[in-house]
Design a binder for this molecule. Structure first.
Ligand code: SAM
Length: 256
């Protein structure tokens, strides 16, 4: 299988320690016989056209805030692309993390993972700062914009890490049996619904007992209960998602 490769373009590479140094994403990077994913950062400051490393300037037309200049971003993108070619990737896919992009969900994350692995592409994740990036370089190089939700962050790094984490945990071998993503919220096994309630020891907590069926050892009954609970809580917590589940199950019944 092709390796999952991320090249971030960011002024703050240290922020990525949150995923390179902790948890499942760290294990998948450092503790496997072969790393399951690769990461390298390209810092636009290294391509600044001045000795002080400034890469931002005031917006034409006035207004507050600063804009990241096109040239250092372009050079960073080209360096990352060249590196992909040198490392035998078939090409690159440039994504700009932006509040104006397509909003992430489990489905488009899985599709993106499938695309880059089957086509052997390296992902270039462009992380903006300040008021954003000069539009001209975005028009030239960005192939996809991705948002993590309808709110504005101060930089694209957290958004990039959310995308990276969500992709890495879908890689076969990234999760061990206990962490399995198979029955996570939004999974096919749950018809796209929410995860069911989970319990661990002790059996009684503040007078509340673990549901009897979970102690029964009857795997069929446990599975039935979990699927039922998943549907129930999806209906209660996310009526929008529940409606979608019903529509898609109706559609697939009509097809058959
Ligand atoms: N002026 C921009 C706008 O309103 O569209 C927002 C700039 S924001 C302060 C700085 C950077 O944070 C953006 O360039 C982008 O990379 C990142 N960012 C902010 N909100 C985001 C979101 N919801 N999803 C992904 N990236 C986001």
């Amino acid at each position: 299988m092709n390796v999952l490769r991320f090249d971030t373009i960011s002024l703050f590479p240290q922020m990525f320690e949150a995923i390179t140094n902790f948890g499942i994403t760290s294990k998948a990077l450092h503790k496997m016989s072969e790393p399951l994913w690769q990461w390298q950062n390209w810092n636009p400051r290294d391509y600044a056209n001045n000795r002080l490393g400034y890469i931002d300037d005031r917006p034409y037309g006035g207004g507050c805030g600063m804009i990241m200049q096109a040239e250092p971003i372009e050079k960073s993108i080209l360096a990352a692309k060249q590196n992909h070619i040198n490392s035998n990737f078939a090409g690159s896919l440039v994504i700009y993390l932006s509040p104006q992009g397509e909003v992430l969900n489990q489905n488009n994350i899985a599709n993106l993972l499938n695309l880059v692995l089957t086509k052997n592409l390296g992902l270039i994740l462009l992380c903006g700062r300040y008021e954003g990036i000069d539009e001209r370089v975005l028009n030239l190089y960005v192939e996809k914009e991705i948002s993590i939700g309808d709110y504005v962050l101060s930089g694209g790094e957290l958004a990039a890490m959310i995308l990276m984490d969500a992709m890495i945990r879908l890689l076969p071998k990234a999760l061990n049996h206990q962490d399995s993503a198979v029955l996570d919220s939004f999974s096919e096994e749950l018809d796209g619904g929410l995860d069911f309630p989970q319990y661990t020891r002790p059996e009684v907590f503040h007078g509340e007992r673990v549901p009897e069926v979970l102690l029964s050892g009857n795997h069929q009954a446990i599975l039935q209960w979990r699927l039922q609970q998943s549907r129930l809580r999806t209906q209660q917590k996310r009526p929008d998602l529940f409606l979608k589940m019903q529509t898609s199950s109706k559609n697939s019944k009509n097809k058959n």
